[in-house]
Ligand binder design. Structure first.
Ligand code: THU
Length: 139
């Protein structure tokens, strides 16, 4: 499979997940699909809540599904949002940072023919991550 085909496959999975979004409050459906370093794909949609703050973004649902199934890290994530391109929120960028493989690709897509690829460093420069806390010797 070519890189382009892999990206398209991930976008299609994100689109399928987007259809399952539970968005009675915003009406804004988001879908995401992650490719793990083991080659597995996990998808997720945003899930809202009447109490608002428990709402979870599609990206985090997909990433947490992967992590809870033993994925070691993620190589790529595709996101489809609303009718147009929607970039991942800051919280999701930070969660990506936690589980990113070197060179994680973030694909922000309108559909499988219209998308843009970014690296985490583009969307979360000068980030804080696990290496900052290694060793637990900061008290
Ligand atoms: N949302 C996501 O799923 N991902 C993002 O990166 C941005 C926002 C969701 C949360 C909420 O259900 C809706 O979009 C409006 O904020």
């Amino acid at each position: 499979m070519t890189k382009k085909e892999k990206i398209e496959k991930l976008i299609v999975r994100a689109q399928e997940a987007q259809k399952k979004a539970y968005v009675p409050y915003s009406g804004y459906s988001v879908g995401a699909a992650v490719l793990t370093s083991d080659g597995d794909i996990f998808d997720g949609c945003n899930i809202e809540n009447a109490s608002y703050t428990p709402t979870v973004c599609a990206e985090r649902v997909a990433i947490f599904k992967a992590v809870s199934e033993d994925a070691s890290s993620i190589d790529a994530i595709a996101v489809v949002a609303g009718e147009d391109m929607g970039f991942p929120c800051g919280v999701c960028r930070q969660v990506m940072r936690e589980f990113a493989s070197e060179g994680l690709e973030i694909i922000v897509a309108k559909n499988k023919d219209e998308y843009e690829c970014y690296h985490l460093e583009d969307l979360l420069p000068h980030s804080f991550g696990p290496e900052n806390l290694k060793g637990g010797e900061h008290v």
